[in-house]
Design a protein around this ligand. Structure first.
Ligand code: MG
Length: 242
């Protein structure tokens, strides 16, 4: 799909004559940092230790749910155990330790260019993540100092993680914007569903194993192969006169 087609489709569905974006709502794992490889490894280790069968691929599909939601889901489906939020939080803490043991992860290639373009166009940049992992959340402040707003939505701020529209709706509210003034930058199907359901122009960037087709199926308005392609597409998305 061309960028112009993606925008035209979105405008038609949202009932706007022309795009006027003021805000970018930006996912964290798989968008700011290449953390998903280690997250999925840590999840598999946690499940094995608890005798719960799983495949690594499934955790790419759960990306966007809060950590507590994933623990509760897997313990119910894999072991028939209903566990409380407090128990799930404690188990999720163990997963956090496994994640840290796997060592350092890096910024996603090209994300700095994306941030620069957003900044140049005066677009507010708000992180909206299902993560409740302190080690990851602290890094946002360190590695994107001055590049993202202090306004932020994390897994700790929502009752329902992605694919519920709640995280992105809270982001829209925090921005003081309307849904059709916001673009969402995502990498995961559940995150795309959430952004789309919240009414935002939802861009998926293929930073992991999920196919273009599956990201469109989840409701993406536009799917791009990498962050450089996004940085190049942004002027056309943000300024119809360009
Ligand atoms: Mg993500």
């Amino acid at each position: 799909m061309t960028i112009q087609d993606a925008i035209s489709n979105y405008l038609r569905h949202s009932g706007c004559k022309q795009q006027y974006f003021t805000t970018a709502l930006i996912d964290c794992d798989g968008v700011l940092f290449d953390t998903m490889k280690n997250h999925t490894r840590a999840w598999v280790k946690l499940m094995k230790k608890n005798g719960i069968k799983c495949s690594r691929d499934e955790f790419y599909l759960y990306e966007g749910m809060t950590g507590v939601e994933i623990v509760k889901k897997k313990f119910l489906e894999g072991a028939g155990k209903v566990i409380t939020d407090d128990e799930a939080r404690a188990i999720y803490g163990v997963k956090g330790r496994y994640f840290l043991e796997l060592g350092e992860t890096h910024k996603i290639a090209g994300i700095d260019q994306v941030m620069e373009v957003l900044k140049d166009y005066g677009i507010e940049r708000i992180v909206v993540t299902g993560s409740q992992q302190p080690s990851v959340l602290d890094r946002i402040d360190r590695e994107f100092a001055g590049m993202v707003s202090e306004k932020r939505i994390t897994g700790n701020d929502v009752r329902h993680g992605k694919p519920s529209p709640e995280p992105y709706m809270k982001g829209i509210e925090k921005a003081g914007a309307k849904a059709n003034q916001c673009i969402v930058i995502e990498n995961a199907p559940l995150g795309v569903q959430s952004g789309h359901a919240a009414g935002c122009f939802t861009i998926a960037v293929m930073t992991g194993p999920i196919s273009e087709k599956d990201l469109y199926k989840a409701g993406a308005d536009l799917v791009l192969p990498n962050m450089i392609a996004l940085a190049e597409a942004l002027p056309q998305i943000l300024n119809p006169g360009d």
